[in-house]
Design a protein around this ligand. Structure first.
Ligand code: ADP
Ligand code: MG
Length: 248
C-alpha cells in the first residue's frame, strides 16, 4: 500500500451462498479523493459499501483504513475511525424529528454517551451544529418535523446530514440522488462539491452527469469484479467500459 492512501481494499470478496457479489476487488483511495464507483445494477456496489462501512462481513480479503486493518471491526468502531455512510435503503429514525436524527449521529461522534450529553453547554453546541448542518443540506425549515414526514428527496438530504454529523474523514454515499428531482439533485451536487477538501468521498451514483461532474477518479464494477479505475476521461474512453456498461 502507498503510505498516502486513506483506504485500501485487498482482494475483497463477498459471497451469498454460492453467488459471488463482490469478487476479489482491489482498490486504493487517496485522501481527499472524489472517487465514484459505477456499474450496472447488481454489479456489487452496495455490497462493497457494506463491506467498507462494516454492515456486512467480508468473505475474504483485507480492508485497510489509514494502514490499519479494519476488516473485522464492527460499524461503530469504523465510525470512530472516521467512516460514515448513507445507505441505498434508508436508515433514518422515521419517528424522531429531523433534528434528533442528526443529534443521534453527533452523539456517536462525540462518543461521550448520554452522561456527557446532559451538560447543557455541550448539548447547546451540538444543537447549533446540527441546525447549521440541516440548513447546509437544504432542510432549513424542516428541523422539527418527524423524519417520516419528509419527501423522498428530503430524506436523502437528511441522510447526508446524518452522515456529515459524525464528521467523517471517509464519506460513503450510496446513490444519494436516487429519486430526487433535478433541482434537488443539483443542490446535492453543489453540497458535495463544497465539502471540505480533506474529506474523502466515495460515491455510488447512477446519475452519470453527477458522477462526471464531481469525480476525480472513477471505478467501474461489473458482475462483482473490478473492471477499471482511472480519471473520468480515461474511463469514459475505455472500450471495455463502453462494451460492458455504457452499452455502446
Ligand atoms: P448494486 O448496488 O451494484 O446494484 P448489490 O451490491 O446490491 O449491487 O448486489 C450485488 C449482487 O448481490 C446482486 O446480484 C444482488 O442480488 C446480490 N445480493 C445483494 N445482497 C444480497 C443478499 N443479502 N443475499 C443474496 N444476494 C444478495
Ligand atoms: Mg446498490
Amino acid at each position: 500500500m502507498n503510505d498516502l492512501d486513506l483506504l485500501e481494499l485487498r482482494s475483497v470478496s463477498r459471497r451469498f451462498g454460492s453467488f459471488t457479489a463482490v469478487d476479489e476487488v482491489s482498490l486504493t483511495v487517496r485522501p481527499g479523493a472524489r472517487h465514484a464507483i459505477i456499474g450496472p445494477n447488481g454489479a456489487g456496489k452496495s455490497t462493497l459499501f457494506g463491506l467498507i462501512s462494516g454492515t456486512r462481513p467480508v468473505s475474504g480479503g483485507t480492508i485497510l483504513l489509514d494502514g490499519q486493518d479494519v476488516t473485522r471491526l464492527p460499524v461503530h468502531r469504523r465510525v470512530g475511525l472516521g467512516t460514515a455512510a448513507t445507505f441505498q435503503h434508508s436508515s433514518l429514525f422515521l419517528r424522531e424529528t429531523v433534528l434528533e436524527n442528526v443529534l443521534l449521529a453527533a452523539l456517536l461522534r462525540t462518543g461521550t454517551g448520554l452522561g456527557g450529553w446532559r451538560k447543557v453547554s455541550a448539548r447547546a453546541a451540538e444543537i447549533d451544529r446540527a441546525r447549521s448542518l440541516l440548513d447546509r443540506v437544504g432542510l432549513p425549515d424542516r428541523h422539527d418535523l418527524m423524519a417520516g414526514a419528509l419527501s423522498h428527496g428530503e430524506r436523502r438530504q437528511l441522510e447526508v446530514a446524518v452522515a456529515l454529523a459524525t464528521e467523517p474523514r471517509l464519506l460513503l454515499l450510496d446513490e444519494p440522488a436516487a429519486g430526487m428531482s433535478p433541482a434537488e439533485t443539483a443542490r446535492l451536487t453543489e453540497l458535495i462539491a463544497a465539502l471540505p477538501a480533506e474529506m474523502t468521498v466515495l460515491l455510488v451514483e447512477h446519475d452519470l452527469d453527477m458522477v462526471f461532474e464531481l469525480a476525480d477518479t472513477v471505478t467501474v464494477l461489473h458482475l462483482g469484479r473490478h473492471l477499471i479505475t482511472g480519471t473520468p476521461d480515461h474511463v469514459r474512453a475505455s472500450a471495455e467500459v463502453q462494451r460492458a456498461y455504457l452499452g455502446t
